[in-house]
Write a protein that binds this ligand. Structure first.
Ligand SMILES: *[C@@H]1O[C@H](CO)[C@@H](O)[C@H](O)[C@H]1NC(C)=O
Ligand SMILES: *[C@@H]1O[C@H](CO)[C@@H](O)[C@H](O)[C@H]1NC(C)=O
Ligand SMILES: *[C@@H]1O[C@H](CO)[C@@H](O)[C@H](O)[C@H]1NC(C)=O
Ligand SMILES: *[C@@H]1O[C@H](CO)[C@@H](O)[C@H](O)[C@H]1NC(C)=O
Length: 395
């Protein structure tokens, strides 16, 4: 057989075509990219206990483009209760990275070999785990309910979590187990990730009041926060946990807002729970815009419903299904906590109050005077840079 002879220019054309094909293949989305192409967006809701993060988690979870898991790193802390928060940082980060990449084999280290969806912590709050392909309790664009999902989807095979994850354009994880921002820098620079951090904070005095109502449930986590080598801490009269949490928020916000590294540009958004409660739709639009999600009329109706239709500027606590006076509820700490305790938490959290713009109270009269607004406006100048929602090129 004779091979056709090619002129050198024909060879060049062929080589060029081959190179183009190769470049095309290399630039195509890999197997972990969502159907339809484009880079997947990864969102970490970085918060702490009793700060409204379950609510913010739901805002993402119910979005039809989002695969959401609440606290996947709960499993790390549950498996290693003698660790301290800093010692467990790396394991938590590694798990979060794997889950962002929809690699659920990472749970091999923490879950039984035979497992189903219900072995994942708080799995049923994830709308994605209640709808196809994970389960068919709800359609992908419906608003799911944990109570309805639980009995229908609990025994679905665990492997479906991975399949479901891969079918979404956004993976959103909520975590309370990071205590500085630096531990996340490798993820921000990771070429496989497109990480956006939503840093959710809340008035530490309201957090304290809420923690006191759930003290038992927090005992193991408290031990890990305080590094007690496995001893649970239920009573914390010196408020050491709240102090530690406040310091961590200052560390994180400070790292992001003053002298941020270039790869944080457009990747960090600070959100105060109080702003969200007072003006939910505007704040949620900002959250969605920051993460490249759109607010559908259906989601908007749902949000208005769960926030009692509170309009812009209304000073009412959202997200409570109670008929109690809403303003009273949001400010419950102002009549429920003794002033001595307020003074103590204000001392421990003075940096956080200053940076996050919560006004201290200087007397019991001020504490009880509900006409005195303690949520100060956030100066646009100081936060403009880091909360910019401009789309930024990937690093
Ligand atoms: C699956 O889930 C059920 C509870 O919903 C549990 O009883 C069972 O042990 C789990 N594991 C397997 C392998 O079925
Ligand atoms: C932590 O507790 C374990 C078991 O009680 C003990 O063996 C170990 O020495 C303790 N470690 C430290 C640093 O105290
Ligand atoms: C609003 O919430 C109520 C109570 O949860 C529910 O029955 C109703 O269907 C909801 N309406 C919409 C539009 O979501
Ligand atoms: C509101 O707060 C006041 C005073 O702190 C308290 O006495 C009252 O019972 C509260 N009202 C409601 C409806 O919770």
């Amino acid at each position: 057989m004779r091979l056709p002879r090619l002129s050198s220019s024909a060879v060049t054309v062929l080589l060029l075509a081959q190179t183009c094909l190769l470049l095309f293949l290399l630039s195509r989305p890999g197997p972990s990219s969502p159907a339809g192409g484009g880079a997947r967006v990864h969102v970490l809701v970085l918060s702490s206990w009793r700060s409204g993060s379950s609510f913010v988690g739901q805002l993402f979870s119910q979005h039809p483009d989002v695969f959401y898991l609440m606290e996947p790193a709960w499993h790390v802390w549950a498996a290693l209760p003698r660790g301290s928060a800093p010692a467990l940082h790396m394991a938590v980060r590694d798990l979060v990275r794997s889950v962002f990449l929809c690699d659920m084999d990472v749970f091999d280290a923490y879950l039984p070999w035979r497992r189903n969806l219900s072995d994942l912590f708080q799995w049923a709050v994830s709308r994605a785990l209640c709808s196809p392909p994970a389960c068919s309790a709800f359609s992908r664009d419906a608003i799911s309910s944990e109570a309805v999902c639980k009995p229908l989807c609990a025994r679905r095979p665990f492997a479906l979590a991975q399949e479901a994850c891969r079918s979404y354009s956004h993976v959103v994880l909520k975590e309370v187990r990071f205590f500085n921002l630096q531990v996340l820098y490798p993820l921000l620079m990771d070429p496989l990730l497109n990480l956006h951090i939503v840093h959710l904070v809340r008035d530490p005095r309201a957090v304290l009041r809420s923690r006191e109502q759930t003290a038992k449930a927090l005992a193991r986590d408290n031990g890990i926060v305080l590094g007690t080598n496995g001893t649970w801490v239920e009573a914390d009269p010196r408020l050491r946990v709240v102090g530690e949490v406040c310091r961590s928020h200052v560390r994180i916000a400070d790292a992001a807002l003053s002298k941020p590294p270039p790869f944080l540009r457009g990747r960090y958004l600070l959100v105060r729970f109080e702003d969200l409660a007072r003006n939910p739709l505007a704040e949620i639009r900002t959250l969605y815009a920051f993460t490249g999600l759109s607010l559908s009329p259906q989601l908007e109706a749902w949000i208005l419903n769960i926030t009692h239709g509170v309009g812009p500027g209304a000073r009412r606590e959202a997200f409570k299904t109670t008929s109690r006076d809403a303003l009273n509820v949001s400010q419950a700490w102002r009549h429920a906590l003794p002033f001595s305790k307020i003074r103590r938490v204000q001392e421990l959290c003075s940096g956080a109050l200053r940076l996050l713009r919560y006004r201290p109270v200087f007397s019991e009269d001020e504490q009880r005077d509900l006409t005195l607004d303690l949520v100060l406006p956030r100066g646009p100048s100081s936060f403009k840079w880091a909360s910019s929602t401009d789309a930024q090129p990937r690093p």
